[in-house]
Design a protein around this ligand. Sequence first.
Ligand code: URA
Length: 188
Amino acid sequence: MKYTWNDIEQHVAVCTQCTLSQTRHRPVMGRGNHQAALMLIAEAPGVQEDQQGIPFVGSSGEILDKLLQDCGLDRKEIYITNIIKCHPPGNRDPEEGEKEACFPYLKYETFLLKPKIIVCLGRVAAQRIISPDFKITRQHGTWTYHKNCALTATYHPSAILRDSSKYELTKMDFREIARKLTEYKDVK
Ligand code: URA
């Protein structure tokens, strides 16, 4: 694979691999530090992200920033992306065909970044990346290991917007993620 970050961004910008290209305003390429050891993978751009072409700029983004701040992390140190790069109308779950069509972009992002830790935000990402039967309620905060990468999942910030009691659980998951990250800091 010889693609660069720039190549991927350019492909995503004009992608027509699925029908979401007909309804999106702007595709949302992942963003962040290309040297990051920590990669967050969420589900799909929301309405605000679709307008601005940037991940997590809406109300979910505010919650995410709060969680990051609470565990001493900053967006500048991490890389954030989504399973699919275009907004699904009405915020519905991404369809199988959409996830498949978009997967190569995520694969290239992961290949180029070579993260030490991948955190899936929410069920859709966890089931695509960790295991098809992953149950967020029961398994959030648990770790699996693949090659040189530690993988975990926690609640999606939009789940916290719907049920604020999930904030504390997610905060604890993020604190453990930040702790684990310190173990890898010197390795990268
Ligand atoms: N929700 C997501 O899953 N991704 C975003 O980028 C924004 C909201």
